[in-house]
Design a binder for this molecule. Structure first.
Ligand SMILES: Cc1cc2nc3c(=O)[nH]c(=O)nc-3n(C[C@H](O)[C@H](O)[C@H](O)COP(=O)(O)OP(=O)(O)OC[C@H]3O[C@@H](n4cnc5c(N)ncnc54)[C@H](O)[C@@H]3O)c2cc1C
Length: 591
């Protein structure tokens, strides 16, 4: 069995010393997030997810879930865990106090969510999607819908799902065909949704599906999509559970990973039509669903961090145990003595720390965007969240694949067989660049919506705050990082200019280069945040504060990131400058 111990020191350092929890705790409504409270939550969460949830990861993968008629049977090893999760309040940390939530900052809950996903990513998907449903209903639901659904969704008594995908409508949601026909105060829905994560299960009394569908006279394309709440069980006037609604699980996907997460085909309206209730106005469904998707994109990026952390911990444990070969002064060396294994472990560690800093920073900005009373200040932080979202989703999930693959490599042949669990992390990580909008779609969102649409304002603001970090790193003696960051920030600028110069005469230029721009910017922002962390570590060392060993590890890992990861930015820039010529040159018949 693989052990997982939450990296609480690293999380606490990032939250408190680098990303400014003290400032966030001064925002109205967040006053309870005192340092003592933050520490208490982190250590109790580490205990729960490390001791209770993490041991289920491998057996749940082996047991998987299956369908019995239309009933989803989940992995037996998970029995009772969902109840413990919700009763301990781990799903309601950021929920609005008005609906029974704890109203705590997202910068705190992101660490707990990271632990949840490291402990068992398949299982963690269930509360993760419920949180997205809470966000969408909180923003766009009617007062009546909020009062009916939110208290039970926030507490976790009910779970939520997100129903976008249909066989012909994946990345292109304009092709959604599910129908919603008005009938009195509700609609009757009919159609098929596929790939619905935790689309059915027996953990909760009810499941609240958010569903994209078209009303009879809706315009073609994305402008004709509306959003509906479709409960698995209808709810009686007195709030008790009513009749079974006409939505059933008709199939489960057989997947390469996340076996314990049931991925369902849901059939709506095979009998009388599933009763659904419109959220907001007709034809605004995609706008509303984006509220949920943006949150889910950050959460999926965080899954990349979580799975990397778990793979790293496992690889370190194996490397300290496996005896093979010799090293100077050691006759029967464990493999951690070998420089190439050390390179792999450092790569895993540096990428994971960089990704964690990137993902957490987006949530820190989200806290400011949500609670700042000054409108301009709030809008500034929202622009940053919007810009960082495709970087978090794209970069952190790409590195999730790299880190878990390295984890297999560190194990040698034992990584390729299933019993160590290293292979499971790699299989599980593979979904992350695909769902919640593929990374190709994320990169085009970055170029189109997040950079071109606002004429580079948000990107310019980001560069402006990162530029001074170069001089600060140099002053702190972090020369390698100062040089790498100076180059990388200039490379980002050049890449954007080159891309837009090419785009005027070449329709294929943005699409050919978008992925590499996402990787360039992700590596740069993660590097800048590593630099900020190391600057703090240097200053703590100078004043004799903090844990010297931790501080020195941070400084060394940052140097590795600068010397061994950031040179990738030269290659990303070169590919962007090369343009679309060789990407698009072959005739389609020649493939
Ligand atoms: C395990 C799992 C869980 C999921 N959970 C959910 C869920 O809970 N709810 C839900 O609604 N959906 C869910 N999905 C669906 C998931 O979001 C989609 O699979 C994903 O959005 C991609 O759509 P697709 O599979 O149709 O791929 P396609 O859209 O067919 O894409 C195939 C390839 O073409 C590329 N591509 C497509 N269009 C373009 C374009 N315009 N420009 C450039 N490249 C393009 C893509 O990047 C990709 O590389 C899940 C999927 C899986 C596998």
């Amino acid at each position: 069995m693989t052990v997982y111990k939450a990296p609480v020191d690293e999380m606490s350092f990032l939250i408190n010393q680098v990303l400014g929890m003290d400032k966030i705790a001064q925002l109205p409504g967040y006053e309870e997030a005192t340092p003592d409270m933050v520490d208490a939550i982190l250590s109790e969460a580490a205990r729960f997810f490390g001791e209770v949830v993490a041991p289920t990861n491998q057996p749940a993968d082996q047991q998987g879930s299956h369908l019995d008629g239309t009933t989803v049977i989940t992995a037996p090893v998970l029995d009772g865990i969902y109840q413990q999760l919700t009763e301990s309040g781990w799903t309601s940390l950021t929920g609005d106090v008005e609906y029974g939530g704890q109203g705590l900052p997202m910068l705190l809950s992101v660490a707990v969510d990271e632990m949840s996903q490291s402990a068992n990513m398949s299982f963690g998907l269930c509360p993760m999607l419920t949180k997205g449903v809470v966000t969408a209903l909180d923003m766009y639901g009617s007062d009546e819908q909020k009062a009916l659904y939110l208290p039970k969704l926030v507490s976790g008594e009910w779970a939520g799902t997100m129903n976008l995908t249909e066989p012909q409508a994946g990345s292109d949601l304009a092709a959604v065909r599910t129908k919603a026909v008005p009938e009195g105060d509700h609609y009757r829905l009919s159609g098929q949704k596929i790939f619905i994560t935790w689309g059915d299960h027996e953990y909760t009394d009810n499941i609240i599906h958010l569903v994209l569908a078209r009303t009879p006279d809706a315009p073609e394309g994305v402008k004709g999509i509306s959003l509906f709440v479709v409960p698995k069980f209808l709810i009686n006037e007195d709030g008790s559970r009513g009749e079974r609604n006409d939505v059933y699980c008709v199939g489960l996907e057989h997947k390469m990973g996340i076996h314990a997460s049931p991925t369902c085909s849901l059939s709506f309206g095979d009998n009388d039509g599933a009763v659904g209730y419109l959220v907001g106005e007709e034809n605004q469904g995609l706008v509303y669903m984006f509220a949920m998707m943006n949150e889910a994109r950050l959460a999926v990026g965080l899954q990349g961090v979580s799975i990397s952390e778990r793979a790293y911990q496992q690889a370190v444990a194996y490397a300290k145990d496996r005896v093979q070969g010799s090293a100077p002064g050691v006759s029967k060396a464990t493999i951690i003595h070998h420089p190439d294994v050390r390179r792999m472990l450092m790569q895993m560690r540096a990428l994971t720390e960089g990704a964690r800093a990137l993902a957490y920073s987006a949530l820190a900005h989200e806290d400011h965007a949500f609670k700042e009373t000054d409108e301009a200040e709030s809008a500034y932080h929202q622009r940053r969240v919007d810009l960082l979202t495709p970087l978090v989703k794209g970069w952190c999930t790409e590195i999730g694949m790299e880190v878990t693959s390295l984890g297999v490599q560190v194990h040698g042949g034992m990584g390729f067989v299933e019993e160590t669990g290293a292979a499971q992390h790699m299989r599980d990580a593979r979904i992350l660049p695909i769902y919640e909008g593929t990374n190709g779609i994320q990169s085009m969102d970055l170029v189109g919506r997040k950079i071109a649409r606002d004429k580079g304002v948000a990107a310019g603001e980001l560069m402006k705050v990162l530029l001074p970090v170069v001089a600060e790193a140099r002053t702190a003696g972090l020369v390698e990082m100062a040089d790498a960051l100076e180059y990388s920030l200039a490379a980002c600028q050049q890449a954007v200019e080159s891309l837009f110069a090419q785009a005027t005469g070449d329709w294929a230029a943005p699409g050919s280069a978008a992925y590499n721009l996402m990787m360039l910017m992700g590596t740069t922002v993660a590097g800048a945040l590593m630099a900020k962390s190391a600057i703090v570590a240097v200053s703590l060392n100078a004043s004799g504060e903090g844990n010297g060993v931790f501080n020195n590890c941070k400084i060394t890992t940052t140097r590795f990131f600068a010397e061994q990861i950031m040179p990738r930015n030269q290659a990303y820039l070169a590919t962007i400058k090369a343009g679309s010529a060789s990407v698009m040159a072959l005739d389609i018949e020649a493939f």
